[in-house]
Design a protein around this ligand. Structure first.
Ligand code: FE
Length: 349
């Protein structure tokens, strides 16, 4: 559905106000070859209307010759900022960077955040952005979930298909993604709405059984046949099943990197305006699949790096896998029961 510039400007205004943008602060809009023109123009205008000093920094794409997909999250390697001191300097001097290019998983991004600059990623198409404009309620709910992760020593995940996974926690921080950047040095992604962490290095054990309707990203497909992953000491050591398992297994194998099989972030979705169903409705190349990552009550786990959490694992391969109908417990207490988030006392308080 087309979106009016007015609706996009109003959405940006809400996001920038939630991000505490002050008149006179410097905003840099980071763009690339795939940035959506309406998102770029309305970001520039909305920031200017709030009295900010506004720049646009447009950078060249990289990694096309290595990636198997046009999805920006499908290949994590060097970024357009690698070795680009002038661009890094401009971003570090900004109070707020609106990343409409997709700068993820890079030492350069950490360096910019450490300077106090806030970075907000926003690359979903306008219709997804306006449907999932973040709110203070989103923040409260995600923060409450993150607080529960911080206190936990073990996360367990089960489903009727046979999933039985145990992840030891405590080595890595819990991350809140709620869609705006209200603190110096904060990174977030509009739209989102989920809580996550990374399991302790080498300490995830068990079996994950993906069922029809569970989702593979960046494939952006609903799987049609069961995929069984055996997880030992933090790595998927077997990927078995029918054609869906072959597609996943061969894709990961194409990176020729044993680190690609590591269990990466784990967490659950808390965004009621995100929907499991939308992946079949949008052009696959038009979205990153944030509905799939954020829909309420999913269990989202991934394969790949942990450098985003402060670990040492970097790998170009990153697979996000949102699952339905799982029961997720923290130290034995259910936070999601058969795909239903267990936080009613908090959200209605
Ligand atoms: Fe991920």
């Amino acid at each position: 559905m087309p979106v009016s510039d007015y609706a996009m400007l109003e959405a940006w205004k809400t996001v920038l106000e939630l991000s505490r943008l002050q008149s006179g602060q410097t905003v840099t809009v980071l763009t690339g070859a795939a940035s959506h023109p309406q998102t770029v123009s309305t970001a520039l205008t909305a920031a200017a209307l709030m009295g900010a000093v506004v720049n646009r920094l447009d950078l060249q794409p990289v990694n096309a010759e290595k990636a198997l997909s046009r999805d920006a999250l499908a290949y994590l390697g060097t970024t357009p900022l690698t070795g680009n001191r002038a661009a890094i300097a401009a971003l570090k001097e900004s109070d707020l960077v609106l990343d409409l290019m997709t700068l993820l998983f890079s030492p350069e991004q950490h360096e910019i955040l450490r300077s106090g600059t806030k970075i907000l990623l926003a690359v979903e198409p306008p219709e997804v952005l306006v449907r999932m404009v973040p709110s203070v309620e989103d923040r409260a709910r995600v923060k409450a979930a993150t607080d529960r992760i911080v206190r936990a020593k073990v996360m367990q995940v089960r489903n009727d298909a046979g999933t039985d996974l145990t992840c030891a926690l405590g080595q890595y921080p819990a991350i809140s993604e709620y869609g705006f950047v209200d603190e110096p040095g904060r990174w977030d992604h509009w739209p989102s709405g989920f809580a996550l962490t990374w399991p302790n290095e080498g300490q995830t054990q068990g079996t994950i059984v993906l069922s029809p309707g569970d989702i593979l990203l960046p494939q952006k497909s609903y799987i049609r046949s069961e995929i069984r992953l055996v997880v030992k000491d933090g790595f998927a050591v077997e990927i078995q099943g029918g054609m869906d398992a072959d597609l996943l297994s061969e894709y990961v194998a194409s990176f020729n990197d044993p680190e690609a099989y590591a269990i990466s972030h784990i967490g659950w979705g808390l965004q009621p305006r995100a929907h499991w169903t939308t992946l079949g409705l949008y052009d696959r190349e038009a979205t990153l699949g944030m509905d799939a990552r954020a829909f309420e009550g999913n269990f989202l786990f991934s394969l790949g790096p942990n450098n985003e959490a402060g670990g040492s694992r970097t790998t170009a391969c990153h697979i996000d896998i949102p699952m339905r109908n799982c029961t997720v417990t923290l130290d034995g207490e259910a936070v999601v029961t058969r795909g239903k988030v267990q936080d009613q006392e908090r959200t209605h308080a």
